[in-house]
Structure formats: C-alpha cells, structure tokens
Design a protein around this ligand. Structure first.
Ligand SMILES: Nc1ncnc2c1ncn2[C@@H]1O[C@H](COP(=O)(O)OP(=O)(O)OP(=O)(O)O)[C@@H](O)[C@H]1O
Length: 942
C-alpha cells in the first residue's frame, strides 16, 4: 500500500516497548489527494523517525509499501520492513548532493554557493571520466586520452598545463580502467551502459551514473584509496544509483507479470523496489594504479566492490529526505545535522570564513567579522529567491512523469510520436539517432541537450542527447520514401543507441547554480569599494572628459562620455530603436582605445552577436567570443574561441583579447569566471535578474549597463504556473520582485544621475512612436531624422500603397474582427490577421518584412497555420530586440482582459514598438477599452 499526501500534523516522537525491545515511533497525519481527502495517520518507526522530525505541515510525504491495519474501526498505516519514506517527492535531489550531504550538510551548502573552481584536479577528473566512457565504448586508450586532453585545451591552458604532461597523468588513470576492463569477466558489451541518466519518480532523486554493469552501478573516482573498502560517501553515491535502478527493475518485473496475467492487477510476487535494487556496487579508484608500490602499502587494486543492503539504501533515502526537508524551508545547514568531524575536513577554513562573514551558525565555528547587516540581508533574500527558482526547475522534472505525452507536447516541452528512421555509430562510440517528426514545434532548439527516449523519458529507455538538427530536408534518400519524414527529420547524438520516439526538454539547474555563485562572489569576494555603490553607501563617481564621441546624437554622445568616465558604473537607458547597440559598440571601442580589457556581455546569445556585428560595422574586430558552437551565429563563428586545442594558444587568445564577448550565463562558467576585466559592458540589462547581472559585473572594476526597464523584465520561473500554455506569465509585476526587478532598474531609480536616456529613435514613423512615447517614456522619444518620422510602406521598393484597402493605408490601423476566444486562441481573429498579412503582401510588401505578434503560443500556432514560413509569427518575448517594416498584433482576448500581455504594459510596449512603417492592431476594441491605458491605445490606433 502506498500513502501519499500533504502533512497536516506531526506528533512528538515517543519510545515504546515492543517485542524487539525499545523502539521509537512518530505519528504523522496526512491528507492524500494533494490535501483534499480525509486525514490519514501513518506511524513512522525506527530510523524513519529522524525524517518525521524534519517534517512540517504543508510538506508532501510519500510512504511506499506501508502496512495497513485497522485500529478501533479506523484504517491506519505504519512502516514495515519493505517500506520507504520520501519527503517532498517532487523535489528531485541530485545524487552528488546526497553524497556531499553525507560528508557534511554544511559542505553541501558551501558547494552550492561557491561553485566548482577552475582547478586542475577538477579538470583532470572530467577528462578521466570522458576517457572512461570512451574505453567502455571500445575506444583505443591512446586515442581516447589524446582527444580528451585536447578537448580540455582551454581550461588546461588557463591552468598553465601542457598537453603532454596532462596526457601522461591521465594515462596512469586510464590504465587502471583498462586493466579492470581487461579482467576476464567483462566481455559482453551489451551488459554495459556508460553514463546512464537516471531519474527517480518514486524517490525524487536524479543523477548520472558513470556506468552500469549487469544492472549494477560503477562509480569512477580519480583519487586513491588504499583501504579494502570504498569510502563511505562514495558508497552512498553508488547506492543512490542502485536505489533508482531497483525502482526501474521492479517496474519492469511488474510490467512483465501484469502482461503474463492477462492484465489483471498483481501485487503478490512483484518485488518491492527496494528488494529489486542491485546488491553490489563498484568503486574504481583510478589513482591507485599510479601509486608507487614501493612507497605505499595497503590495498592498491583500483576496483573495490561492496554489497548494498536495504539498510544502506534506506540511509541514502533518509539523507535525501533531509535535503528535501531543509530546502523546503530554504534553511541553511549548520553541519550539526551530520556527524562529520570538522578537524579532518579540507573545507574547514572556507567553512569557518563563510560562516564568520555571513554570521551563520556552523559546527566548524566562525572566523573573521561579519559583513554589514544590510549585505547579509541582501544575500539572504536573493538566496531564497534563487532557491525558489530551483524549486520551479524541480517542478519541471516532476512534469516529466506528471504530464502525459499530449499534454507535454501541447505545453511545448516535448516532441512526441517521432518515427525512428535509423541510427549509426559515430566517432568515439557515440550514436547518431534519426527520426521523422510530426511537424509539431516546441521549445526544443538545435544545440539543446534533451532527453531522448523510446516513448517515456522516465519509465522507458532514455538518454541525454544533443539536438543536431530539427526539421529540414533529409539528406538520406531512403527516409524520403517514408511520407511522414518529409521536411521534418530530427537528428540527435547520444552515448547510447536509444530508439528515438520522443524528445523532452531536460530541465537544468545550471542557471540557478550560476546565479548563486554570482551572488556569493558579489557579496563575499568583491572589494569593499565595489560593494559601497551597490549597497548605496556611496554615490557613483564620474570624471567626464569634454571630448565629443558621437556628433549627430547628443544623448548617445553623453552616454559614451558617462560610460568611459565612470569610476563605478554608468547606465544607458535605450528605448526601442534608439541605437543601444550602436552606442554600445562606440563605448566598447572608446574603452579599448584607452587600453582597457573589456568584457562584453548580454542576456542572450543573439544580443552578444549583434553587439559584435555593430563593432565589426565600426571597423573593430579584435574580439574573442566565448560560447558553444550552436549558440553562436554562423557569421560570428570566426570570433569564437574553441574549447579544444593547444592549451597555451587558447589561453593566450583569451587572456590577450582586448574584448571578450559572452552571455551573462557563460560569465559564470569555470573559464570566464576566472578572468578579470577593467570594464564590463552589459546589454539587455533590463532583462537580467540582479544576480544574473552580477555574474558579469563581478568580473570587472567598473561596469556599464545598457537596457530598458520599460520593455521585457527578467524571466522568473517561480512565478510561472507553466501549465496553462500561456507565455509571459513568468514575470507580470508580481510581488516577489527580487528577481523580477533588474539591477539596471534598481540602480537607475536610485541614481538617475548615473543614467542617460537615448531619446532619438531610428525605427518608427512618428505616427507609430506617438503612443509608446507618451505612455511609456513620458513623451520624451522622438524620431532621429525626418526620414524616420515620415516612413511609410509606400516608400518600399515594389509597394503600391493604392493596392492596399483603405483601412490599411495609414501608418497605424485597428481591426476589430470580433470572434470568440477558445482558450488562448481566437480563430476568427487569426483569419483576420492572415487576411491583413495577405493584403500587405498583395500590395507588394515582402513577406519577410512582415511580423505577427500574439500573446499566446496557441494563437501563434493558430496564425502560423494560415501563413507561409516567410512571415515571422511569434510571441512578444521572441520579438524583443528585433523590428519589421510591418507588424500585426493579435490580442486574442474577448469580453474581458484576463491575459498576461494585458497585465504587463512592458510587453505591450515591446509589441507596439517593433514596426517601422505600418502597425496593425487586431482585437476586440470593447474588451480592450475596459482598461484605461488600452482604451487610449485603441483611441490612438483608430
Ligand atoms: N548616431 C547614429 N547615427 C546614425 N545611425 C544610427 C545612430 N545610432 C543608431 N543608428 C542606427 O539606428 C538603427 C537602430 O540602432 P540599434 O540597432 O543600435 O538600436 P537598438 O536600440 O539597439 O534597437 P533595439 O531596440 O531593437 O534593441 C541602426 O540601423 C543604427 O545603425
């Protein structure tokens, strides 16, 4: 019997005498069905009491294989020998976190906030793991070592290492692996899986096992261990994988026995998930092979097997539960939760320093004096906000099993019903998998790492895969014979040959991890003077030169002057089309001319590439672009710094470049985080969370933020219910504003004197800019030139304005087609939008010059079906930063104004300010007019 529900009450634990002696118990009352059912009591016995004590009302509790009994007419549940207890099952804890927690809960916390440094043991560890995978896939040792060392070239170069000595070092480790693989028992390749992604729906654990051999976990450790037994926390890691493997094995058995029984429910002979777990794990300590046997004794064999019993598995689960319970309240562990000895801990100094500076209780004690109260409060508030983001990511994991395939596909989180077209082995024993798509779209993009599966991402065969191609004609002749393949071939690469039937977005905690390290670095590593301005203890200072930088635009000129003379920071506020990118390029060039080492950053890859493009247009090309191959635009690849290659050359290129360009997310990478700059210039700063901005500004002595807080705000997941298929629900002015408010906005409000408003726009005809200027910029925006002011579609080559219907001949039009909203679509409105587009096209406007913006993905799809691919149809979020000659906006709403686009004026500002020559609003005028601002908009447009 399984019991699962929301905890409503936790009694005090008590000790009772039983036939087995004194035992502890704790009664917990839960309401199942997500808190809707009548209360049920579950008695947790023995060691599970430890977890019971961590419970709080409101948490979710799952008790699997509980024993049922009736007491005084009431049904009760109790833990038995096969029972497992899971706290907050949808909080998906990573196996490496369980390991760290068992070492010391405080270490788990420290790892989280300060991230993995760029250090040789870390990089070497990664290389050895890659080589391990290669060897398992049958690769030759010399090739594997050589290629993997080369792949880490940049990191090794930054660490001052040369390839030969690293290869020598890695080869020692690789020999341990090879020796072990050569042992007679390991012959059947089929029994191996390298790098297996495991996610447990039952226990809320995930991780990537280094290898699974005959169903048993194998973990590789690049350290040495001369004892016979593996280290305890290493065993914990392998046992955690065993726990998940047991769940899978039990499911397979029960599925098989259900089939054997003609579909009837069987619950007698199926083993519990715990009993089905593998009973042996292996730890491979590769450094043992390199130890000099003359100098060191003990057990030097690298491979150490150990047995996994239910006691160990339950221990793992209790540690996992302790993490989930701690994170429920965003509590900071003190170290007292575990029994590690601080004096043996190599993190003791760091631990004491962090505890001292943040004034946190810690088993190791504190050293140093605390940072000011205000900074601690800041750290705390953002820590909580970022952890709320992490919980939102965890909810995304849970959707992998909570949502059915159709629901996931409708939510744009999966591509389902793919038809496998074939697979082939490629370099390094990896696989290329191909399938025919259905023509459906999703948030999955080329270059993403996704879960590829044979139908179910958790219960089926699944592996992490990289999307190489989505759609596009198949180069393979035989797949075109399959009608469904036409134009929709999907190609991914993976370590294992999964039958490709479905792709799911794989939620990643990487960006939350990086926000935390940025917060840590800003508060604990930045010099006092930098923090003074951030925390309002000092006003920013300028040392303005009298030079002219831009002679045809006074505001831009002033912006460059402020930027180059800022001793702390400068802020450039750029409304739509006012030359933000142009000004940014000027600023970067001026800084470089002054001999400064500049970091150029932005929220999106697109903006980073646009900024480089503007630099190139201004004749400057001395830029190094850091980013992945798929993230960087084709024509900017020539600036991209490869990760692989000669260490010294790569490191020199990065360190000597006057300008390094990377997204703010990449600024948190091991490589960029180690660099220092004189100045950081950050574009799209209005869309960045405060810690997201800090990831870039932490790396420089001074910074310039360029953005517009009246356009799209930062995307914050934790406010996004995410299941309604709407876009934009993420931000909309909710009270949890810490992450929703950018550093740019906070600073420009606190220090308007440090900001410059770019007030001349080079995009919209005067008639189009009138409303956005009035409504969102206090009427301060004006066309930069007469040409801009008078723009009209009639000026475009081949366009005959008289061929347009009367209502579309002006620069702004309003079309009210009526119709009814069905969920997030309005088909009649979609028809009207398509008609408007066709009318412009018939008058000679190129379809590539027309864009359609709708508030919801569903309406985007509805309109997209009616138009050919040349017309860009998308949500507001995807239009930020771009423009078109003609823009048609579909509002969808009828009757009332219940949509995120309407709750947030910043989104409507973006939608209205994309058009150069013609803007057509399509919607229900009566519905829109129920809101004051939109009433004015309708008035203006008609
Ligand atoms: N001072 C200037 N003189 C001449 N042209 C300019 C000047 N500043 C900007 N422009 C031109 O105006 C256009 C818009 O500039 P830019 O792309 O930099 O705007 P933006 O503010 O970055 O736009 P968006 O709102 O889309 O981010 C570009 O074609 C650019 O070359």
């Amino acid at each position: 019997m399984n019991v699962r529900g929301v905890v409503v009450e936790v009694d005090d634990p008590e000790t009772v005498s039983t036939q087995y002696g004194e035992r502890e118990l704790c009664e917990v009352t839960v309401r199942s069905d997500r808190g809707r059912s009548e209360p049920t009591t579950v008695t947790l016995w023995g060691d599970w009491v430890e977890n019971a004590e961590q419970l709080e009302p409101g948490m979710e509790l799952a008790v699997y294989d509980a024993e049922k009994r009736t007491y005084q007419g009431e049904t009760q549940y109790t833990t038995g020998s096969d029972t497992t207890v899971v706290v907050e099952p949808e909080f998906v804890v990573d196996v490496t976190d369980v390991r760290a927690w068992v070492q010391c809960p405080r270490m788990y916390y420290l790892n989280k906030i300060d991230g993995l440094p760029l250090a040789y043991p870390v990089v070497k560890g990664t290389i050895v793991h890659e080589v391990f995978g290669d060897l398992l896939r049958g690769r030759d040792i010399d090739t594997a070592v050589e290629e993997q060392v080369e792949a880490a070239g940049l990191e090794l170069g930054l660490l001052g290492r040369d390839s030969d000595s690293v290869a020598e070092d890695v080869r020692d480790h690789a020999r341990a692996i090879e020796g072990w693989l050569a042992q007679g028992t390991l012959t059947e390749r089929d029994e191996w899986r390298s790098e297996m992604t495991l996610i447990s729906e039952r226990y809320g654990i995930k991780g990537r096992a280094d290898a699974v051999r005959r169903g048993m976990p194998v973990e590789l450790k690049t350290g040495k261990n001369t004892r016979r037994e593996p280290r305890f926390h290493d065993k914990i890691q392998a046992a955690a994988y065993a726990l998940i493997l047991g769940e899978r094995a039990a499911e397979e058995t029960s599925a098989a026995s259900m089939m054997g029984d003609g579909g009837a429910t069987v619950d007698t002979d199926t083993p519990s998930a715990l009993a089905a777990a593998p009973d042996t794990g292996t730890l491979l300590y590769t450094k043992n092979a390199a130890v000099d046997r003359a100098e060191e004794g003990g057990d030097l064999s690298p491979a150490k097997e150990f047995s996994i019993g239910s006691g160990l598995l339950e221990f793992v689960l209790r540690a996992r539960n302790a993490i989930a319970a701690t994170e429920y309240g965003t509590d900071v562990p003190t170290g007292y939760e575990g029994d590690a000895k601080c004096e043996y801990c190599f993190e003791q100094d760091t631990c004491m320093a962090v505890s001292g500076r943040l004034d946190q209780e810690s088993k190791a004690g504190q050293v140093g004096s605390p940072i000011p109260e205000r900074e601690r409060a800041y750290f705390d508030r953002f820590y909580r906000a970022i952890e709320a983001e992490r919980r939102a990511v965890h909810r995304e994991y849970a959707k992998l099993w909570r949502q059915g395939p159709t629901e996931r596909a409708d939510d744009d989180r999966a591509l389902v019903d793919l038809q496998p077209l074939g697979r082939r082995e490629i370099d390094g024993g990896r696989w290329e998998l191909r399938a025919a798509g259905t023509g459906a779209t999703s948030k999955i993009r080329e270059g993403d790492v996704v879960l590829a599966s044979d139908g179910h991402p958790i219960r089926g065969e699944a592996e992490l895969a990289r999307v190489e191609r989505l759609g596009g004609p198949s180069p393979d002749a035989d797949s075109s014979s399959d009608g469904s393949a036409s134009g929709q071939e999907i190609v991914v690469t993976a370590d294992e040959p999964v039958e490709l039937r479905r792709l799911d977005i794989y939620p990643s905690e990487l960006s939350t991890d990086r926000l935390l390290t940025a917060l840590h670095d800003a508060v604990l590593k930045q010099p006092q003077s930098a923090k003074d301005v951030l925390f309002g203890r000092r006003d920013p200072e300028f040392d303005c030169p009298s030079e002219t930088f831009v002679d045809n635009n006074p505001a831009q000129d002033e912006a460059v002057r402020r930027a180059v003379s800022a001793e702390d920071f400068a802020l450039v506020h750029g409304p739509p089309g006012t030359g933000k990118t142009y000004t940014l390029a000027k600023i970067v060039r001026e800084l470089v001319d002054r001999g400064e080492h500049v970091l150029l950053s932005a929220f999106t890859n697109r903006a980073v590439d646009n900024a480089i493009e503007a630099l190139v247009e201004q004749g400057f090309t001395d830029v190094v672009r850091v980013g992945t191959e798929s993230g960087v635009r084709e024509d900017m690849q020539r600036f991209r710094l490869e990760q692989a290659g000669d260490p010294d050359e790569l490191a020199t290129r990065l360190e000597d470049a006057p300008v390094v360009a990377a997204t703010t997310a990449s600024c948190g990478s091991r490589v960029v985080r180690e660099q220092r700059f004189d100045a950081a210039v950050v574009d799209e700063a209005g869309q960045l969370t405060e810690p997201g901005t800090l990831a870039a500004t932490n790396l420089a002595d001074r910074f310039v933020l360029i953005g517009d807080h009246r356009q799209l705000p930062p995307v914050v997941r934790s406010e996004d219910s995410g299941t309604d298929g709407k876009t934009g629900a993420e931000s909309g002015g909710h009270p949890q504003a810490d992450l929703g408010r950018s550093l740019f906005e906070r600073l420009i409000e606190a220090h308007p004197e440090a900001g410059v408003l770019l007030d001349r726009q080079y995009r919209m005809a005067q008639r189009i800019q009138a409303f956005p200027s009035q409504a969102f910029y206090d009427g301060q925006l004006r066309p930069a030139t007469g040409e801009v002011a008078s723009r009209h579609v009639g000026d475009l080559d081949g366009v005959d304005p008289s061929a347009l219907p009367e209502r579309l001949r002006g620069r702004v039009a309003f079309v009210d087609p009526g119709g009814h909203a069905h969920g997030n679509t309005n088909p009649e409105e979609a028809d009207a939008v398509a008609q408007v587009v066709e009318e412009f096209a018939s008058a000679g406007v190129s379809r590539d010059d027309i864009g359609v913006i709708a508030p919801y993905r569903a309406q985007v799809a509805e309109i997209g079906q009616r138009l050919d691919d040349h017309v860009a149809v998308d949500t507001v979020d995807r239009f930020q930063g771009s423009s078109k000659e003609v823009i048609v906006v579909s509002f969808v709403a009828t009757g009332d104004l219940d949509g995120p686009i309407f709750e947030d004026y910043r989104r409507i500002n973006v939608a209205l300010s994309r058009a150069k020559r013609s803007l057509v609003l399509v919607g229900d005028a009566d519905a829109l007019s129920t809101d004051e601002t939109y009433a004015e908009m309708v008035e203006w447009a008609r």
